[in-house]
Design a binder for this molecule. Structure first.
Ligand code: FAD
Length: 241
């Protein structure tokens, strides 16, 4: 049962044309692990009578449990992201969480892949900045693929959040969401990685349609990975997949 909590917006700024960065202050430590998300209750009610609540991954490090950050893309006609984009400093936000299983559970040394597409980069950034991830950073490869260079967050901003110990960073572009060429393009990138050193673990976040394909390829290649290492933000895979 979700316990409603309240946070105050202490910083809010718009980046590019479509992204809102928020810093929230929470009275009690949140108790999250890097990679997890919160569910924000907009207080709005949809025409079907359901309250509009949306999940947002924490983009800041779990070493600060009282001031956390979110990055939210504006989705055209999207009531949840519209609500977030209207928030200004001083606003009170109702939320529940932390939620999710997308975090590091074991730290056996070895090569780690953190692979994100689209807005899924927020979960990847939360994960890679987490305190428990630190010993793995020098053997971690961080990949972010998105439809264009001006999509969501500037490359410099994302690079600035990746800890310096992680030197293997690749940020690139892929065809747009739901384009036929998207899956083959992403799979080609993964295939190149799988030619390299054996992976001890992998995390995948973002477009659910991409995630299903990548999880399949990782399992086929013998990488120890399960649904818990995958976070889908949209194009949700069917529960049985
Ligand atoms: C675990 C989790 C974490 C998330 N973290 C973030 C985050 O950190 N930042 C963020 O911006 N969003 C994040 N999302 C997506 C977010 O929860 C909402 O789906 C999004 O803000 C759209 O809500 P809306 O009410 O504005 O639009 P809706 O009317 O709910 O959405 C319209 C459609 O857009 C789809 N959609 C959502 N995001 C995208 C996208 N990036 N590209 C294409 N289609 C999309 C939705 O699935 C839906 O089909 C996350 C989702 C999940 C499940």
């Amino acid at each position: 049962m979700a316990v409603p909590k309240t946070a105050e917006v202490v910083l809010a700024r718009t980046v590019g044309d479509h992204t809102r960065l928020l810093e929230l202050e929470i009275a009690e430590p949140l108790g999250f692990l890097g990679g997890q998300y919160m569910i924000i209750d907009s207080g709005l009610v949809a025409s079907n009578g359901k309250t509009i609540k949306r999940a947002y991954s924490l983009i800041s490090s779990d070493d600060d449990q009282r001031r956390v950050q979110l990055a939210v893309q504006h989705i055209p006609n999207g009531p949840g992201s519209d609500y977030i984009h209207g928030l200004e400093p001083g606003a009170k936000v109702s939320f529940s969480g932390p939620w999710g299983k997308f975090y590091l559970r074991e730290d056996t040394p070895g090569s780690t892949l953190v692979f994100s597409t689209d807005t899924g980069v927020t979960a990847a950034l939360g994960l890679i900045q987490s305190m428990r991830f630190f010993p793995l950073l020098d053997e971690t490869m961080f990949i972010w693929l998105r439809p264009s260079v001006d999509y969501f967050l500037p490359e410099e901003y994302v690079r600035g959040l990746i800890p310096a110990e992680c030197c293997n960073v690749r940020i690139g572009t892929i065809p747009a969401t739901n384009h036929d060429a998207r899956l083959p393009a992403v799979r080609t990138v993964l295939r190149q990685i799988l030619f390299g050193p054996a992976l001890t673990r992998a995390f995948v976040s973002g477009d659910g349609a991409v995630n299903v394909a990548l999880l399949d390829d990782l399992v086929s290649a013998g990488v120890p990975v399960s649904n818990e290492n995958v976070e889908s933000f949209f194009n949700m895979p069917k529960k049985s997949a």
